[in-house]
Design a protein around this ligand. Structure first.
Ligand code: MTE
Length: 315
C-alpha cells in the first residue's frame, strides 16, 4: 500500500466525504449488480486516503485475511469464525452516534458529522488479546480526543462510557436462548486515557473501510490495553463522573478489571499473560511465543497515566 502524508495529497485526489459515504451506491452503479454478485468483495473495498502516523510500529502487519476472519464480536456468535461468516447482515449506513452526559454539546451525530472535520491517519498498532494472541493491525482512524474536544467535556466529566448497537434482527448472537453476554456491549475509559493521542476511533483497516466483523463503521482502538476494550460498532458515547460498568467486568470481575492494561506480570486467574502467540507465526505445539511487553510496548507513552497506582490491584 502506498502511504503519503495527508498534506502531500492534492485535494483533487481525495474523495469528498459525501461521495465516500455513499460509495456503495456508486460502486453498485458503476460495476452493475452482476459484477457485484460475482465479486462480493467489491462492495467492501473502498480505498481511504490516510496520512502516515509517527505512532505506528514498524513491525510487519498481520495478514489481512487473518485479521478479518479470526475475530471476537459476540453479537455475531462466540466462535472466532462467526463474525466474518455472519456480520454481512449488519447495516452500517445510515449510522449515528448519540453523544451525551457531561458535555456542552450533547446530540445525536451522524457518522458524516463525526467524520467531516477529521483527518484520517494510518496507525499500525500492536494489538494484544487477553486470550494470549496478538496481531499487528494497520488501522485507519483519528484520535478520540479530536471528537471529545468538539463536544466540550464539562469539568465534572471523569470517564467516557461506550455502547455497541443492539439490533437482534441483524446480529444473530443477540437472538435465541443462549446469550453469552448482556447487551448492549459496554466499555469505558478514564477521561485522560480517552484523550491520550494513542487512543483512536477507527473507520478502516488495511487502507480500506472497516469490514463489519472488525466493528464497522466506527470502533475504539486502545493499543496498550487488552483487545476487549476495543468496543465495536459504537452507537453511544457518554461522558460521566463515575467509573462506568464494562461488559467483561460485569461477567467475571475477578478475571477482567476496568483498566485491563496489558501487563505480563499480572496473570489472568486461569492462565499466564507473560507470553503471546502472534497470529500467523505458526500454531499448535510448535507455535512461536513472544514475551508480552508491559503496556503492550507503549509504556514510554502511557506509563505516566498510572504513576502511583498499584497495577496489581487495578488490573
Ligand atoms: N465489541 C463488541 N461490541 N462485541 C465484542 O464481542 N469483542 C472484543 C472487542 N470488541 C467485542 C468487541 C474483543 S474480546 C476483542 S479481542 C476485540 O474486539 C477483537 O477485535 P478484532 O476482531 O477487530 O480483532
Amino acid at each position: 500500500m502506498l502511504i503519503r502524508k495527508a498534506s502531500d495529497i492534492p485535494s483533487s485526489e481525495i474523495t469528498p466525504h459525501s461521495v465516500y459515504l455513499r460509495r456503495r451506491e456508486f460502486l453498485g452503479a458503476s460495476l452493475g449488480l452482476a459484477a457485484l454478485a460475482a465479486f462480493p468483495d467489491a462492495t467492501r473495498a473502498a480505498q481511504i486516503a490516510a496520512a502516515k502516523s509517527p505512532y505506528s510500529t514498524d513491525e510487519t502487519p498481520t495478514r489481512r485475511a487473518d485479521a478479518t476472519s479470526y475475530n471476537n464480536f459476540y453479537e455475531f456468535g462466540t466462535d472466532k469464525a462467526d463474525p466474518s461468516a455472519k456480520a454481512g447482515s449488519l447495516k452500517t449506513s445510515p449510522w449515528s452516534v448519540k453523544i451525551d452526559g457531561l458535555v456542552g454539546k450533547p446530540a445525536t451525530y451522524t457518522l458524516e458529522d463525526i467524520l467531516k472535520p477529521v483527518t484520517l491517519e494510518e496507525r499500525i498498532y500492536r494489538m494484544r488479546c487477553v486470550e494470549g494472541w496478538s496481531m499487528v493491525i494497520p488501522w485507519v482512524g483519528f484520535p478520540l480526543a479530536d471528537l471529545l474536544k468538539r463536544v466540550e467535556p464539562q469539568n465534572a466529566a471523569k470517564y467516557v462510557a461506550f455502547e455497541t448497537l443492539v439490533r437482534p434482527e441483524e446480529m444473530p448472537g443477540q437472538r435465541g436462548l443462549f446469550q453469552p453476554l448482556s447487551w448492549p456491549y459496554v466499555e469505558g475509559l478514564r477521561l485522560d486515557e480517552a484523550m491520550h493521542p494513542l487512543t483512536i476511533l477507527a473507520t478502516g483497516m488495511y487502507g480500506e473501510t472497516l469490514p463489519n466483523q472488525n466493528g464497522a463503521p466506527l470502533r475504539l482502538v486502545v493499543p496498550w490495553k487488552y483487545g476487549f476494550k476495543g468496543i465495536k460498532s459504537i452507537v453511544r458515547i457518554s461522558l460521566v463522573d463515575k467509573e462506568p460498568p464494562t461488559t467483561w467486568n460485569k461477567l467475571a470481575a475477578d478475571e477482567y478489571g476496568f483498566y485491563s492494561n496489558v501487563n505480563p506480570e499480572v496473570d489472568h486467574p486461569r492462565w499466564s499473560q507473560a507470553t503471546e502467540r502472534r497470529i500467523g507465526e505458526g500454531s499448535g505445539l510448535f507455535a512461536k511465543r513472544r514475551p508480552t511487553l508491559m503496556f503492550n510496548g507503549y509504556g514510554e507513552q502511557v506509563a505516566q497515566l498510572y504513576s502511583g497506582m498499584d497495577l496489581r490491584a487495578n488490573y
